[in-house]
Ligand binder design. Structure first.
Ligand code: S3P
Length: 459
């Protein structure tokens, strides 16, 4: 056993947050024009690696997001026994260890900034006879892990050590005698659902997850793709009941990762708010549990044409042609939140340039992301002189035809706060500065050059 059982090193192990910050300023820009493909979907990329780890044989992944979050998951898969390599053609291969074959990692697993990586991997470890220590950067150390640990402990895993409140760093002991569970998720979270399902791979009998509001279903799709027996049924008005047959033999299967709609959101909104713009985003994943932002922007009057919608690798994808548009404020219903949970910061930016007020309801989950995004967005809007109000878990933004800009906006180790306010700067009259762009590399390492190639002025 090599994992540590004491869990209180003074500093988070990851590089970010401890080094000097890299500030940047986005200036009023000419029309954005061109065609780009944003990097691969982050959620699908994490899962492709993890299922590759569990599968018998070699999984080949094309279009993997090579962002820091996903690269940390790749390292963790290797530390748990898989052989993970990048091929000369850019594809990644994972030589799996089989559903029961994970081994204790020789050192703590560092997930950097990534809640998805750490929470899914806790589920993966729970059903194995191994011990692993999980850690991350200062942002990840602040985030709640009990939402994942509670069901895993109920199934038979044990938390041997943790920081206060079940936070990172923590050490988890898995068990081969895991009990299958029927679990209704208390919060709408694909990470919690996925952790329970991954643990369920090692449990005898049927593991059932019930969610009152459906969240992104990439884990369910990939379980089926790798040969597991899985049933998905509707539950109530907006929910689902997912049943997984325990201890399946997973077989390696190729994964082609489509472009990430949550990354596409940034050039997309930039094109809508910078006058004269005409941008095409190719191969964007159109999974209905991820397209809440597009639905909302269309309601706001956005000129978005969905071109060549098709199915690739089990997911709907399309090219999106986006042109500058006169937007108007709308009311976003709370039940839409799971389908656009990562897109509220950039929607707030679109709302800042829209006529009237946009009301976004039911945003409590935004408080536990890479930063408290509700507070970070409100503070950023304030720094740029934009009228807004936080009322409980709701955010109201009142737009105007001309936004002055300002800053520096505090990004709080949060990639999406940094990208959102840089996009705002492109459509402002005086520019917007942000305090640190380093964390953009966690999800969208090519953001700055790609935006500049479209015409954005960011320095
Ligand atoms: C993700 C789920 C969401 C999302 C995150 C990715 C996933 O988190 O915010 O960026 O890949 O499962 P929650 O499950 O905590 O809502």
């Amino acid at each position: 056993m090599t994992a540590t059982t004491s869990a209180s090193p003074a500093a988070a192990p990851s590089g970010h947050g401890e080094g000097p910050a890299t500030p940047a300023t986005a200036r009023p820009s000419p029309a954005l024009c061109g065609q780009v493909r944003v990097p691969g979907d982050k959620s699908v990329s994490h899962r492709a690696l993890i299922f590759g780890l569990f599968a018998q044989g070699e999984t080949r992944i094309t279009g993997l997001l090579e962002g820091e979050d996903v690269l940390n998951t790749a390292k963790a898969c290797a530390a748990l026994g898989a052989r993970v390599s990048r091929q000369g053609d850019g594809a990644w291969t994972v030589e799996g260890v089989g559903a029961r074959g994970l081994s204790s990692p020789p050192a703590p697993l560092d997930f950097g900034n990534s809640g998805t990586g750490v929470r899914l991997m806790m589920g993966a470890v729970a059903g194995q006879d191994i011990v692993a220590t999980f850690d991350g950067d200062a942002s990840l150390r602040r985030r709640p892990m009990k939402r994942v640990l509670d069901p895993l402990v109920a199934m038979g895993a044990a938390v041997e050590a943790s920081a206060e409140g079940g936070r990172l760093p923590l050490t988890l002991r898995g068990s081969r005698a895991l009990k299958a569970l029927t679990y209704e998720t208390p919060v709408p979270s694909a990470q919690v659902k996925s952790a329970v399902l991954l643990a369920g791979l090692g449990a005898e009998g049927e593991t059932v997850v019930v969610e009152r509001e459906a969240t992104r279903d990439h884990t369910e799709r990939m379980l089926a793709h790798f040969g597991a027996g899985i049933r998905v049924e509707p539950h109530g008005l907006h929910g689902r009941r997912i049943t997984l047959a325990g201890r399946p033999a997973l077989v390696a299967a190729p994964v082609d990762v489509p472009a990430d709609p949550s990354s596409a959101a940034f050039p997309l909104v930039a094109a809508l708010i910078v006058p004269g713009s005409d941008v095409t985003l190719t191969d964007v994943m159109m999974n209905p549990l991820r397209t809440g932002l597009i639905t909302t922007l269309l309601e706001m009057g956005a000129d978005i044409t969905v071109v060549a919608e098709r199915t690739e690798g089990g997911e709907r994808v399309a090219d999106l042609r986006v042109r500058h548009s006169a937007l108007r404020g709308v009311e976003v219903p709370p039940e839409r939140a799971p389908a656009m949970i990562d897109e509220y910061p950039i929607l707030a930016v679109a709302a800042a340039l829209a006529q009237g007020t946009t009301t976004m309801r039911g945003l409590s989950e935004l408080r536990v992301k890479e930063s408290d995004r509700l507070a970070a967005v409100a503070d950023g809007l304030a720094a740029c002189g934009i009228a807004h109000q936080v009322a409980g878990d709701d955010l109201l933004v009142t737009g105007s035809a001309a936004v002055a800009g300002g800053g520096p906006v505090a990004t709080h180790m949060d990639h999406r706060i940094a990208m959102s306010f840089l996009v705002l700067g492109l459509a402002s009259t005086q520019g917007v500065s942000v305090d640190d762009v380093a964390f953009i590399a966690t999800s969208f390492p090519t953001f700055l050059p790609m935006m500049r190639a479209l015409g954005a002025v960011i320095a």
